[in-house]
Ligand binder design. Sequence first.
Ligand code: OSB
Ligand code: MG
Length: 368
Amino acid sequence: MRIRSVELREIHLRLRERFEISTGGWDERRILLLKLQGESGVAWSECVAAEAPNYSYETPETAWHILTEYVLPAVVGEEFEDPEAVLDPVSWIRGHPMALATLEMGAWGLKAAEAGVSLASLLGGARSAVPVGVSVGLKGTDDDLLRTVEERLTEGYKKIKLKIKPGRDVDMVSKVRGAFPEASLMADANSSYTLDDLGVLKELDGLDLMMVEQPLAYDDLRDHALLQAELQTPICLDESIRGPGDARLALELGSGRIINIKPGRVGGFSSSVKIHDLCAAAEIPVWCGGMLEAGVGRAYNLALASLPNFVLPGDISESRRYWAEDIVDPEFVMEDGMMAVPDGPGIGVRVREDRVEELTARQWSKSD
Ligand code: OSB
Ligand code: MG
């Protein structure tokens, strides 16, 4: 495959409702979209960097800088054996996985488009639909949270993830558990506790949660291992798994029993598949996380989630849970808690280029 030209855009897209986690919140997304033009096909991809460095150090600003200054100029006009090789010219770059993943995933999308096959089948996906869940942000009041959870359960989501933080944890989660005794519930702390909070974390342990996600520091594996030994509830690692190396170490240390794979966080699909395979061999289930993606990113997440060891429902919700109007056609919908994996060629959904044009705040391009 050869990349003839690249186009990077930043679009601004308002969330239907504010989304809040322990380290900050979102009312609007600033999303970078990349369009790769190959010899015989086109592919769009999406950068998942958050607006502020409250999830990782990357932001749309750092990703724009890394992509336009270093990554994209190094690949325009070049020929690549396979999608994995597209990052070879920039293997000297340290960090910045979300910026790099934007190109790497786009290369997978382009290969699928040019071969006339679906991204899921190119990856080795095993299912035509996957179970999905929803991540519910912190709310101002418990009543508001209970209302939202009820609505999401009625819609059919197979897993409800509650965002927690110190002071909004045991009482709040107990109320939700009390109101919905049978619901598949989990909690995500986004690194807001330390081992000094063992008492609180042990109380959460009694609430029949499927898992507790990333309770401790974003760069820690050791304390998570100590904590896991104290809890019945499986720990799910998110922030602290930056690639296959971290996954291997986490499995060795026993830092958790479940891994949330977000392809942007780990530098792309090649790395995601390696983590998937490592976990499958160790009988550690994985699921696909989300970063409040628009429709392009969601298409990639669904393709990844069709791999066999993605056995738990992902944070892959319907378009309307995020946006008044998505940027792809058709929008993503759910039926009985399942979402169909696009099976058309490439990413399997059409990018609404007219709408993207209207939403564009800045644009950069280069051709050979
Ligand atoms: O920790 O999983 C997280 C969104 C932004 C940053 C971090 C996280 C999240 C989510 C949202 O939980 C999942 C989604 O995209 O629906
Ligand atoms: Mg998380």
